[in-house]
Design a protein around this ligand. Structure first.
Ligand code: NAP
Length: 280
């Protein structure tokens, strides 16, 4: 039996095992996905031990998406540009290769389910952390016409803007002065790439009067499924409002393909995720 698993700290909250084990079952693949909770001081030793013990592939989550890179033999150029890895393939000779499927998963969901092409799109992103880096690199690579950024930590937004400008000169990269400044850019797509909205007491940082009927709002949060941002977007008649479940699903499907070179059974994985998410 092949073993795959998620490295993080903590990992108990993760839905990846549910999604991947459902996929293995549906395709009759003799494999199991486990959760590997590793303490920060043990990361190198535990990771190397799991590779030598025969684990075939990993996902990586908070707080190790950046830290794991120095222990890998090879890094996919997109993961290098994003500066984070969420998927690792272990080859037959036990060499390891890191990928990032967060941004490409987001794009796959956008194209296949939301029905929107990133090409020519004007995009505004709240937050400039790991998820924003992955999503913005893929949007720029897929020819978004402009990307506007705002993060409460302005140095983070500036660093991401500089990176995007250097690698994607055809994409217009701008910094907004606050959340409403993102809406004043009149985007086609507004993305929340912050944890804001996960807690009940979180307030809306946008003035909903600035929402418009052509705007698509995409909140990367998937739990809760309905954030205040998504509720307000629907109430104001925005074109569409999506939570992060689709990104979670498609990043998992792309990881599955990297590990096994087999198309992932998306519907099965989605059903397994929806079942568990309606219970939380
Ligand atoms: P992160 O690295 O902590 O980045 C979030 C950034 O947003 C930080 O720079 C943070 O600044 C900033 N921020 C917080 N509140 C803000 C506000 N009110 N206005 C502007 N910026 C603000 O987190 P991440 O890993 O990128 O994750 C972001 C969100 O995406 C999380 O909710 C995560 O669950 C979600 N996510 C979803 C998927 C999926 O598959 N659907 C995948 C990855 C991530 P401070 O650090 O100073 O607070």
């Amino acid at each position: 039996m092949k073993i795959y698993g998620l490295i993080g700290f903590p990992v108990k909250h993760s839905y990846s095992a549910i999604m991947h084990n459902a996929a293995f079952g549906a395709l009759g693949i003799d494999a199991r996905y486990e959760l590997f909770e590793i303490k920060p001081q043990d990361l190198e030793e535990e990771f190397k031990k799991k590779v030598s013990d025969g684990v075939s592939g990993f996902n990586v989550t908070i707080p190790y998406k950046e830290k794991i890179i120095k222990f890998l033999d090879k890094l996919d150029p997109e993961a290098e540009l994003i500066g984070a890895v969420n998927t690792i393939k272990v080859n037959e000779d036990k060499t390891t290769e890191g990928f990032n499927t967060d941004g490409s998963g987001f794009i796959a969901h956008l194209k296949e389910v939301v029905g929107v092409s990133p090409e020519g799109a004007k995009v505004s992103i709240l937050g400039a952390g790991g998820a924003a880096r992955a999503v913005s690199v893929q949007l720029a690579k897929n020819n978004a016409v402009s990307i506007s950024l705002f993060d409460i930590d302005s140095s983070r937004a500036e660093a991401l803007a500089a990176k995007l400008k250097a690698h994607f000169p055809n994409c217009n990269i701008e910094l907004a002065y606050d959340a409403d400044g993102l809406l004043e850019k009149k985007p086609d797509l507004l993305i929340n790439a912050t944890p804001l909205g996960m807690r009940k007491e979180d307030k809306l940082v946008f003035n909903p009067e600035l929402f418009h009927s052509k705007l698509i709002v995409y909140d990367l949060i998937y739990n809760p499924a309905q954030t205040l941002l998504l509720r307000e977007a629907k109430a104001k008649g925005c074109r569409a409002a999506f939570n992060g479940l689709g990104m979670l699903l498609y990043q998992g499907a792309l990881a599955f393909k990297i590990w096994l070179d087999v198309e992932a059974p998306i519907e099965v994985m989605e059903e397994a995720l929806r079942k568990v998410l309606t219970k939380v």
